[in-house]
Write a protein that binds this ligand. Structure first.
Ligand code: TRP
Length: 357
């Protein structure tokens, strides 16, 4: 088997080509940093059980389509230390953040306001700090950090997110979110901060619904965001998850987006459907992703080429290459994102007997 870094780099290069970018310098530099952090580099089994993906690869790709813009290629990544562990991985991630902060002139001010809440030592959660690396045509890479509100336990997540939002000037918005989305068994799962300067730099708060949640729960959460097309939220759930919605192994996730001018309400809503829990194999997941691309007027051929660029097997031979699909609603026409697993270590077998509930 090729090394993890060779495998991931070839997939990233394929995605960049599909998205129409010929310069892969930035993505190669960033991946070299991310994957040079340790034992992960040449291992054939995961040295650390990263929760980024089902096979514990420490990266997950996605292609985001928005009307009127070129596609963006994104990589969700976890730094894995030479001698991996919660504390060592956090230290490796913090070193990377400092390096990237200097190289890409990042704005760490919001991160510094809230990081202590989530990075209490010693870290006990499966992850403390993840990165999203976003590549846009003719722009320097944008970097986002994910903090983990479940770093102590699920119960603390409400309190930690309340405090973080308070410190970020979003105390009133927290009350809006809590009243729309607080349900027994649901919990905040990520707090994400864009690290670029400027008014469009976002804060995103993610809520994992209960595993039995259905389109109605997503709609109830989306109510927190003014002007969202609630019927579309429900339609997207049904088209992506099919009849087995509410019976998946992974929950629906709602994302609430804040930009600088938002104080008491979010201005964007995203819904993440773990499509892999609702299909027999990736051929079926692909068909659904293409149907969604057509529905929202996006380039289905590009999605298809992106899937083919990352796949290293037949789509019908496994499930999970397409782990999630997400819809972005807000001021602009709906944006669609398709997530793609690296499967650097392992692919999950199809579920031929999978029947919808
Ligand atoms: N692998 C984890 C999960 O499926 C975390 C994760 C990675 C995730 N990418 C995501 C969660 C996109 C929601 C959306 O839950």
């Amino acid at each position: 088997m090729a090394s993890l870094s060779a495998h991931v780099r070839s997939q990233a290069a394929a995605l960049m080509t599909v998205a129409g970018y010929d310069d892969t310098t930035a993505v190669n530099d960033i991946l070299a940093d991310l994957l040079a952090t340790g034992a992960a580099c040449d291992a054939t089994t995961p040295p650390w059980p990263s929760d980024i993906s089902d096979d514990h690869s420490p990266v997950e790709f996605s292609v985001a389509l928005d009307h009127g813009q070129r596609p963006t290629v994104r990589i969700l990544g976890e730094a894995v230390a030479d001698d991996p562990g919660c504390e060592a991985n956090l230290a490796a991630a913090q070193r990377l953040l400092q390096r990237w902060s200097r190289r890409y002139n990042l704005d760490l001010s919001r991160y510094e306001k809230i990081a202590d809440l989530f990075l209490s030592t010693p870290p006990v959660s499966p992850f403390a700090l993840w990165f999203s690396l976003v590549f846009r045509h003719q722009h320097p890479p944008q970097i986002k950090v994910y903090l983990n509100p479940q770093c102590r336990d699920a119960h603390h997540s409400w309190h930690l997110v309340a405090e973080a939002m308070q410190r970020l000037g979003l105390g009133a918005a927290h009350r809006t979110l809590a009243s729309a989305a607080r349900r027994p068994g649901a919990g905040f799962s990520f707090v994400a901060l864009d690290l670029h300067h400027g008014a469009r730099s976002r804060i995103k708060i993610y809520l994992s619904h209960t595993p039995t949640a259905t389109a109605e729960d997503a709609v109830a959460a989306a109510v927190a965001v003014p002007g969202i097309d609630l019927d579309e939220v429900a339609q997207f759930c049904r088209l992506a998850a099919g009849d087995s919605i509410g019976h998946g192994a992974r929950p629906l996730v709602s994302g609430f987006t804040f930009v600088q001018s938002d104080t008491d309400q979010p201005s964007g809503y995203s819904l993440y459907v773990p499509i892999r829990c609702h299909v027999t194999d990736d051929a079926q997941a692909r068909d659904r992703a293409l149907t969604l691309a057509h529905r929202y007027g996006h380039d289905a051929g590009l999605i298809d080429r992106a899937i083919a660029g990352v796949a290293r097997r037949d789509l019908a031979d496994g499930v999970g290459l397409i782990p999630h699909v997400s819809l972005r609603l807000g001021a602009h026409p709906p944006g669609l994102t398709v997530y793609l697993s690296s499967e650097a270590y392992h692919a999950t077998a199809p579920r031929p007997g999978f029947t919808t509930a």
